[in-house]
Design a protein around this ligand. Structure first.
Ligand SMILES: [Zn+2]
Length: 174
């Protein structure tokens, strides 16, 4: 469970945001979303102080990526960054997930959650981890691209893991 509570965002709203991003950069029909190039070349055009910083394993430890929207920074563990460049689905998803945090969770949208009791769960649509995962799935494998594909094809053409592809297929008609 996350210690933060974010402003509620439905998958439909997140899908509108990822659709706009693809449209803005003429990537609407692109099966393989170029997430590394997007972060390195497109993001600084949107936000001139933005930096994507690969960080050593010793500094990042078990964390694969961290987004700091208020400092215009996304840190990515260097092996994850290299994996994303090599097209590894899991690592590409991590970059998209951190981009989701960066764009969706600027300070004004995130607050410390109330102290929650054991049985009180954060609703999915207020959970920033759920939101960042939904953002990554929608950005890398949007319904209009994957609707007639098998899991195998999504993995191959969209460059995401089979696990993420299966999840994303569940949302094609939702
Ligand atoms: Zn996260």
């Amino acid at each position: 469970m996350s210690e933060y509570e974010a402003s509620p965002l439905s998958r439909a709203t997140i899908r509108q945001i990822t659709t706009m991003i693809r449209e803005e950069f003429n990537l609407t029909t692109e099966k393989y979303f170029p997430i590394v190039e997007f972060l390195e070349l497109a993001m600084p055009r949107l936000d001139e102080k933005f930096v994507l910083l690969p960080v050593s394993k010793s500094e990042m430890g078990s964390k694969h990526g961290l987004a700091f929207p208020d400092n215009k920074l996304i840190k990515i563990r260097e092996d994850v960054y290299d994996g994303a460049i090599d097209g590894k689905g899991r690592d590409r998803f991590t970059l998209a997930h951190e981009l989701g945090h960066y764009l969706l969770h600027q300070k004004e949208h995130v607050s410390f959650a109330r102290t929650m009791g054991a049985e009180e769960k954060l609703p999915a649509f207020r959970n920033p981890e759920w939101q960042a995962n939904a953002f990554a799935g929608e950005l890398l494998a949007p319904p209009h691209i994957i609707k007639d594909m098998s899991v195998f094809e999504i993995v191959r053409y969209c460059g995401i893991s089979s696990q993420a592809a299966k999840i994303q297929l569940q949302y094609v008609n939702k």
